[in-house]
Design a protein around this ligand. Structure first.
Ligand SMILES: [Zn+2]
Ligand SMILES: [Zn+2]
Length: 152
């Protein structure tokens, strides 16, 4: 955790930004909830527990800055809410998401499944791809198991 904060601090420094206490509190919340996909409000409520003096506007600005610096990715799963997702260290692409339409669970696929697709797009559309977003909407294995159980 500390070493990751250190590296994020360096990343900010290299772009001439400081890791102020407010920014650090925000980064810590993101690290502690790495598996989640928190909205700005969610992040704000958690940061407030550590730094009660912080305002929602500051948290928003910090999240925007972290997005710009590619520390986090901003994502929308179609419910109109922007969520912030910590980028894995050394990840070349943004991980894929599986969103369950029944329970709302969000699972992550770290493996890049789009290599072939990117080649086609670059070749046929002369488009230089920098990143991509891939979200599948469907029914997760947990909900499928629940249905199986209620059958018998
Ligand atoms: Zn994610
Ligand atoms: Zn589900």
């Amino acid at each position: 955790m500390e070493s990751r904060i250190d590296r994020i601090k360096k990343q900010l420094h290299s772009q001439k930004y400081k890791l102020t206490p407010q920014r650090e509190a925000t980064v810590r919340v993101l690290l502690e909830n790495e598996k989640d996909h928190l909205s700005a409000e969610d992040v704000y409520l958690l940061v407030k527990e550590k730094a009660p003096e912080i305002g929602l506007a500051t948290v928003y600005r910090t999240l925007e800055l972290l997005t710009e610096l590619k520390v986090v990715d901003k994502i929308n799963f179609g419910d109109g809410v922007s969520r912030y997702d910590l980028r894995r260290e050394g990840a070349e692409h943004f991980h894929h998401h599986l969103v369950c339409i029944e329970c709302g669970a969000v699972d992550e696929i770290q493996e890049d499944l789009l290599g072939d697709v990117e080649q086609v797009v670059e070749r046929d559309w002369h488009f230089i791809i920098k990143d991509h977003r891939l979200t599948f909407h469907g029914i997760c294995y947990r909900c499928q198991n629940k249905k199986e159980e209620t059958k018998d």
